[in-house]
Design a protein around this ligand. Sequence first.
Ligand code: HEM
Length: 466
Amino acid sequence: RRPKNFPPGPPVLPILGNILHLNLQNPLEDLEKLRKSYGDVYSLFLGPKPNVVINGVKAMKEAMVIKAAEFAGQPQDTFLQDVFSEKGVILADYSTSWREHRRFALMTLRNFVLQGRSCHRYMHRCSCSGKQLIDSVNGVLFSCAMLCHKLVCVVSFTGKTLCPQVMFHNVAFNIICQVLFGTRYEYDDEFITTIIQCVTEITKITNGPWAMLYDTRSSELVLRLLNEHKKTRVPGEPRDFLDCYLDEMEKKAEDSSFSEDKLIFTALDLLFAGTDTTSNTLLTAFLYLMNHPHIQEQCQQEIDRVLEGKDQACFDDRHQMPYIQAVIHESQRIANTVPLSVFHSTTKDSELMGYSIPKGTMIIQNLSSVLNEEGQWKYPHEFNPENFLNDQGEFVKPDAFMPFSTGPRMCLGEGLARMELFLIMVTLLRKFKFIWPEDAGEPDYTPVFGGTVTPKPYPMKVQHRL
Ligand code: HEM
């Protein structure tokens, strides 16, 4: 039974609860129908206890921003919490340890990636020509250059049509590996292929990335790299996230929340959360750009104009590229990559939109309902960069743009993800034209639902521009 003044919801069946109200292969349409019947805040029984689903900008802001501390908990009575006594950031309850680790991860990402304070020099010698090709201190830029090099090889040596899935997963995985472990893997490396397969399988389980984060194959990887780091590190001269964490452990008192176990789980969180999300967004962006060639051309005109005479793009160039910014944000809106966010829970008895929600209730944020909410967007149901442009052609970001969620638990990789999306898209669109192959039939935009949403696999034809 629903508690007193609890949000309304569909009638509950014994044992099954409301499970029959949802198509578990893709519940998003059913969740939208329930919103029409029961309003922006409603309840669902997915087990013996009722959960609350939050929809639309207004309710989302009241819960996640205005009443942030009350809605930032993590369900503590799930199977997962029982299995894993230690957690990284994602599954950690709203606690001092979560706060310390989140702050530390944000600061390290900022220093290493966004401000480019990396001690690494990344170099690549082409296996075909033997020439030293790429040399960079910024891991994200290095990965962009590697991706371009890979495409040049594919375009020159094969039939010019490729399946971009593996390519985009590799680039996102390598970027986060560089930040965490100061290492990267070749595109055909057997190890990277296995781990990426594991990441993508896991994220197809509903709410999966968060449900199966700590797969043993990946934990073994982190443990091996941690042991190697311990042998080669110079204290006070961190090369990457692992070194920074080890430095921090030495600085802190013995009873601090920093420990080697915690380090492994935190690194796994970043590895998983940072791979499939960015790559699926890129896959969606290129699917739409190939099938909207006029939008792709307009991006290329802006890139050519702003980068004229420059070797490569840098993140600051985004301020001169309102159209590209609009296209990237629109791709994120349409991609709807993490539609149900990470499940939260209430940290105390709370009120939301006039309803009472007891402490410990599981909260499902339906981000999808915000990203295509009517009244918030000029064109809520179509791919149109105008959603992010004003009448003067300037880039504007509406309040309803929440693919990273909002509030104190919002994605901590947002800065890195935005840098990756910008640099990868600008670098690729500058060099190549992406074409939907003539024999590929009509594009199928239907997404495959999971903890992260993916476009169905598709082919891509690539041509040199310059
Ligand atoms: C386009 C790419 C990305 C999208 C759409 C995305 C989206 C999200 C969303 C919706 C959440 C849940 C926030 C909440 O609980 O309210 C989240 C959490 C998180 N994301 Fe991302 N993410 C992306 C990229 C990344 C990257 C690159 C990293 C790693 C560097 C990352 C690391 C995390 C972590 C650690 C959390 C948990 C934060 C916490 O609980 O305090 N994400 N992300």
